[in-house]
Design a protein around this ligand. Sequence first.
Ligand code: HEC
Length: 132
Amino acid sequence: MNIKTKLVALLFFVSILGYHCQLDLYLQGKRIFEAQCANCHMDDGSGLVEVIHDISNSDLFDSDNPKPLLKLLLEGGPDDRADGLQMPAYAKTLNRVELCNTINYLNNKWDEDFKEIEIQEFDKLYKKLMGQ
Ligand code: HEC
């Protein structure tokens, strides 16, 4: 192999590696969404016809302001539906890392101005909402 071929081969492998890291980045969040949320919201967020609306265009997917989404996940809700259907509260079932990964997964999927929320920044918000 000449140097040019080697370089092309190297670039090829590096790009494959990069692609896989990207795919795996929010894998835990994806798994949590599919296991805990998709039975009501479906994998694509489209929900249940006439029961749960499509959440994919929700304002809650906002990387600059994760507080309302985290609050909903911790507390569940809403409590004002005529049929009483509510989302469960996840404060006891998902830990802070799982919540952070789920929020990053959802924002990456549905927030047009996606920016990753670092765990350190997330922790401050989490502690505040949990009253710690
Ligand atoms: C038992 C069913 C159920 C499960 C499970 C569930 N949700 Fe919900 N979720 C709801 C209902 C009901 C609403 C209110 C939406 C409506 O009234 O159409 C809602 C609302 C939402 C909204 C707000 C949309 C908006 O803009 O108001 C988001 C975001 C959301 N859910 C995310 C999640 C995530 C993330 C999970 C999993 C960690 C989850 N939900 C699990 C039933 C569920």
